[in-house]
Design a protein around this ligand. Structure first.
Ligand code: AMP
Length: 410
């Protein structure tokens, strides 16, 4: 059987050249299914995680459509609108759109909170072929008519489940109400709870459903471990783990902003290059933190859940849950930061006695038992499920890396 290529999907020559320059040779499964449907003007309901290649899947047909129309956007008007739940994700989508449209003359404007509103309005003065934004700031500019979406005929709602988690439903409804009925819409979501299904129902017309069933082969290869220990032991365990150079690019998750600052402070004092990223950081601070993490200048990024959503940094060797998340679903999003685009990765969770309940929920929701590598203290002591003492385990993390299982830093 021959493999589908981007040419087979019906993409135009300038886009094929951009893909080639980026060394995207083979469409990912979500791309192979979504691109023809969108090029045929169908609405799409995509169930896919970050890491599946969904950004290019929805961007390429939009670019092809806009370039073929050869019309200029009116001042303050957008021709296509892509909504993302977080600023970081919006910026990442923008980056993808920019390199995919390198051979086309299209104007992209990013409209996100935490960045200069003035500059965004100035950029909209010339109109935009594509606006990529977060719901709050998009609504804000719509209200003053500095963003006009009445002529948008390509609309994308990305990470719809997260949008709803973050309480954006009202903003989304306002935005959708201002879109023309004659449009193509597509909605992507990692999960399909009933609220998302109902939103999709109201948004999409006779959509093609694209769902990538995870096979053994394309499921992220993430090894998962848990240490049972008291809260007071977490800092020193983290420091001792980070002595191992195999932990080359590490995201540490904390539950609170304060916790993130505290952990980052401890690591900094120990001479580790680290940044924290959370809701109290300004947009320039977040961008700097991501830049340094991406380039390898900072080895560790300490993050809260919301700040980390959508972070697409390749080569993350380890995800450490300093605190377990409140919701089981966030665990899957967190560990998905590693093992991107087919690479392997390791997730290590620290679990104190108050977090046992959520650990059980996580395991139940994944239908998977996480390997215990540290003794459970106190009356709830469990036998380690796989017999590996912490020291042995440390070696295992390194060995794994030496086997070449991890992707090198990009
Ligand atoms: P996304 O799911 O859109 O966040 O994409 C995940 C990662 O896969 C990004 O780093 C993309 O640059 C990369 N990617 C997307 N499509 C392809 C492809 N067809 N071939 C190789 N890499 C890809």
């Amino acid at each position: 059987m021959t493999q589908t290529t981007f040419t087979d999907l019906g993409l135009s020559e300038p886009l094929l050249r951009a893909l080639e320059a980026r060394k995207f040779e083979i469409p990912t499964p979500i791309q192979a299914d979504t691109i023809p449907a969108l090029l045929a003007n169908k609405d799409v309901l995509g169930i896919a995680q970050t890491g599946s290649g969904k950004t290019a899947a929805f961007s390429l047909p939009i670019l092809q459509h806009l370039a073929a129309q050869q019309v200029r956007p009116a001042p303050f008007a957008a021709r296509a609108l892509i909504l993302a739940p977080t600023r970081e994700l919006a910026l990442q989508i923008d980056e993808t759109v920019r390199y995919l449209s390198v051979n086309l003359k299209l104007r992209t404007v990013v409209i996100i909170g935490g960045a200069s509103r003035f500059k965004q309005v100035e950029a909209m003065r010339r109109g935009a072929d594509i606006v990529i934004g977060t719901p709050g700031r998009v609504c804000d500019l719509m209200q003053t008519r500095e963003l006009q979406i009445g002529g948008v005929n390509r609309f994308v709602l990305d990470e719809a489940d997260r949008m709803l988690d973050l309480g954006f439903i009202k903003d989304i409804r306002r935005i959708v109400a201002a879109l023309p009925p004659q449009r193509q819409s597509c909605l992507f979501s990692a999960t399909m709870p009933v609220e998302v299904a109902s939103l999709a129902n109201s948004l999409l017309r006779d959509p093609i459903r694209v769902e990538i069933a995870r096979t053994e082969e394309d499921a992220p290869k993430i090894e998962q471990f848990v240490h049972h220990l008291p809260q007071s032991g977490k800092q020193s365990l983290l420091l001792s783990m980070l002595q191992d150079e195999a932990l080359s690019r590490v995201i540490v998750f904390t539950r609170t902003k304060h916790g993130a600052n505290k952990v980052a402070g401890v690591l900094e004092n120990a001479g580790i290059q680290v940044n924290a990223i959370h809701g109290n950081k300004s947009q320039p601070q977040r961008e700097k933190a991501l830049r340094e993490f991406r380039s390898g200048r900072a080895r560790v990024l300490v993050a809260t859940d919301i700040a980390a959503r959508g972070i697409d940094v390749t080569g993350i060797s380890h995800v450490i849950n300093f605190d377990l998340p409140v919701e089981a679903e966030s665990y899957v999003h967190r560990i998905g930061r590693t093992a991107r685009a087919g690479a392997a990765g390791i997730a290590i969770s620290f679990c104190d006695s108050s977090e046992r309940g959520v650990l059980r929920q996580i395991e139940r929701s994944m239908n998977y038992t996480i390997t215990v590598v540290g003794e459970a203290p106190g009356p709830m002591t469990q036998q380690p499920k796989r017999n590996a003492a912490p020291q042995q385990q440390r070696r295992r993390y390194s060995d794994r890396n030496q086997r070449g299982g991890m992707r090198s830093a990009a």
